[in-house]
Design a protein around this ligand. Structure first.
Ligand SMILES: [Zn+2]
Length: 380
């Protein structure tokens, strides 16, 4: 395949993926998943589809190798975040190209990455059959709202099978990250007694209670030392709502708390600690709970990937981890905790932004890097 031909196919595929509206909510990944599945089937993959809700389709595509070495898994998500309130200057669903940039919702996070994964896999699919290990692609729906797609697959029993190593193509500018923090989303609910606004003494004001919760959260101490790669645990109040109107005493308030944690304190321990900090009058509901993922920087395969990526990035690399969650938090334990790298062509700074773009040259580099990683694992 000539370089231009490869580039043309890669751009076609990236633009095609961008043209599917997979904005989550509501998601509607089904058509995009079927398209990805058909492309992979044409390349010799065996594809299975799984829906965690109507229209919310994930897929697992495999090519078996020749011996019992567990396969390499490449993973990514099809859903994208909403467009935001600010109007875009580019069509978010058309894959407009300007120089080295391809624009669109999901170009960086992470349809550029999916496009590179598919292209690399198809570029080697014929050889993998004769190689020593197979390849599994896990392309999921519903990552952005809390890894529902990967959690669904992990909960289905033996749908994922085994993997000896995992690459998740989230946007990292092609830097190989070896971990991500745990995430715990909690809804804190305060309740009161409704009354007319002109007689507040007859009610109990849930917003006053919520204000106390917010103040107490400011002083919450995780009391766990910073992790060398993941840093400190953090807490953010991202959302607050409550009250009916100006002239009623509110009887319910909801506070959305986003906690990013590190080894040393489990999410369940944090929930208990938070409950005793806030008192029994506040109801705490677990909305999302995913563990951290952290690979051993000394693992042979991790070091191999670092050597490959040092050639591409032309610099010495040191182990780093992401602050945000990824599907690795779900997939890696489901696969039995094989070494895992988060590596993709998207720009982390572009994820979830207005006029999101991805550098085409980085998608091309990711194809070459993934091919190198596949060749090394599958012994091609
Ligand atoms: Zn993502």
């Amino acid at each position: 395949m000539t370089l231009e031909a490869k580039n043309k196919d890669l751009l076609y595929l990236t633009r095609k993926l961008l043209s599917f509206n997979t904005i989550n909510p509501p998601g509607c990944e089904h058509d995009c998943a079927k398209y990805v599945g058909s492309v992979l089937e044409n390349g010799g993959f065996k594809v299975n589809y799984y829906q965690f809700a109507p229209g919310r389709t994930s897929l697992v595509a495999r090519i078996k190798g020749k011996n019992n070495t567990p396969p390499l898994c490449l993973a990514g998500h099809l859903d994208t975040v909403p467009l935001g309130a600010v109007p875009w200057s580019k069509d978010p669903l058309n894959g407009e190209i300007d120089g080295d940039k391809i624009y669109g919702r999901g170009s960086s996070d992470m349809k550029g990455g999916i496009s590179a994964i598919i292209t690399a896999a198809l570029g080697l699919s014929d050889k993998i059959k004769d190689g020593s290990a197979g390849l599994t692609l896990v392309i999921v729906a519903g990552e952005e709202t809390g890894c529902q797609g990967s959690s669904h697959l992990a909960g289905l029993g033996d749908v994922l099978g085994k993997a000896g190593a995992v690459v998740v193509g989230e946007p990292t500018s092609n830097y190989p990250f070896i971990g991500n923090k745990a995430t715990l989303w909690i809804e804190a609910v305060t309740t009161g007694v409704a009354a007319h606004g002109s007689t507040p003494e007859l009610g109990i004001n849930a917003i006053h209670k919520a204000a106390e919760v917010v103040t107490k959260l400011r002083n919450f101490d995780f009391d766990v030392p910073a992790h060398p790669l993941l840093g400190k645990a953090t807490l953010n109040i991202g959302k607050i709502s409550g009250g009916l109107n100006f002239n009623s005493v509110p009887d319910k308030t909801s506070i959305g708390i986003d906690i990013r944690t590190i080894p040393g304190l489990t999410n369940s321990e944090i929930l208990k600690k938070l409950q005793s900090h806030l008192g029994r009058d506040v109801q705490l509901k677990r909305v999302m709970d995913v563990a951290e993922m952290i690979s051993d920087p000394k693992d042979d395969w991790i070091q191999q990937v670092f050597r490959i990526m040092e050639r591409f990035l032309k610099k010495r690399l040191r182990p780093r981890a992401l602050k945000g969650f990824t599907d690795a938090s779900i997939l890696t334990p489901a696969f039995g905790n094989p070494p895992t790298i988060i590596l993709g062509p998207g720009e982390p700074a572009m994820a979830h932004r207005t006029d999101e773009f991805c550098y085409i040259s980085k998608i091309e580099d990711a194809v070459d890097a993934y091919m190198e990683i596949i060749k090394t694992w599958c012994n091609l």
